[in-house]
Design a protein around this ligand. Sequence first.
Ligand code: UGA
Length: 428
Amino acid sequence: MKKTCIIGSGYVGLVSGACFAELGNKVILIDNDAKKIKALKNNQVPIYEPGLDKLLKKNKSRISFSTNINEGILNSDIIFICVGTPPREDGSADLSSVERVATEIARNMNGYKLIVDKSTVPVETGEWVKTTIERNMAKKTPFDVASNPEFLREGTAIHDFLNPDRVVIGVSSKEAERILTELYKPLKAPIVVTDIKSAELIKHASNSFLAMKISFINSVANVCEKVGADVTKVAEGMGMDKRIGKTFLNAGPGFGGFCFPKDLEAFYWISKKLGYNFGILQEVKKVNEDQKKLIAKKIEDALWIIKDKTIAFLGLAFKPNTDDMRMAPSIDIINILHKKGAIIKAYDPESMGKAKTDMPFVKYCKNPLEVCKDADCVVLMTEWEEFKNLDFKKIRSIVKQPILIDTRNYYNPQTMKQLGYIYKGVGR
Ligand code: UGA
């Protein structure tokens, strides 16, 4: 059993903490948001992530929560930095929380500590953390810094953490390698041991590559539309080549969420700072921005005059099984349509509470039928399971016009046409 401290009880911190406890370790979860810690102490989980509440409850005896960072540092051997690294206006990552935590650790060390960065950070952050600790140490104490990027996805975070394709460990000492290898041993996953800078780069490069795959297939989809080809078939044919792989080839409204857009920008920025113009990343971003405009245009083209038309959105979140609205493509698309005078209705199983802040003008509905009633156009925005088997025959009888825009290629075009819909997918 290892004594671990997780500083930052956000998405990555909470899931990692619950999973490390599940593996038998003692975990102290720290956050400076007193409201959040109070809620967690009362068994309330501040984010929507399937299974997280159960896992925290199951491992309650090994998990404690605190706002006191010193308590966490004094009572643990391994300290994970899981604080946010939000984008600054110029696209670079704001590392002030990482610096603040490193300074706190330096001032409160009471023996050897392994300080592991799990937040997504630009290359060379590990070096800065090490320097910051050395400069702020109250008395000389041995320590190691390591990088251990996280690859979990929202919505499947616990499964991803406990069943990773690989665990990446960036270290500069044998001791750090030994501690982290032992910590992750129960997962029985391949472990990539490397230097700290390479580990930091693996994270930025992986997210940027996946974003590039999505922008690539969206571009292919746009060519498919020009000639009447089917992008789902093109992706299937491409994906069967093992070198390409089947995943992340679903054309759609563009990627969203807090990770891909932010990491793409941060990777471009740090490369530029280091003297390399990583231009391909700029193009990936541009294709993604254009894709949202193309979806809005598709809706507009189907409706002819958009002013005063009612558009019903099935789903708002950037993907299913999350309530996260950060950078969701629905926001840009809805704003374009709203500015042109359309009346917007929406239903999402989880994200409406958060969506209201960004889009107060939307009429939020209680269920799929209520949202579709009297709509001139229905837009499938997020591929929630709940929308898979909707009664589209019934929906056909309550909409004003039978126009269905399927931004995720979620439905069978032939079935929808037989039901009397004017159906438009993406790239087919
Ligand atoms: C992503 C990565 O997949 C994780 O490995 C990583 O740990 C995480 O970022 C992070 O850095 O924290 P996440 O943002 O939760 O995870 O979501 P994804 O499932 O990767 O989806 C991202 C976006 O791409 C969504 O908007 C999704 O709809 C879109 N997408 C995904 C497509 O449009 N097409 C695809 O084929 C796949």
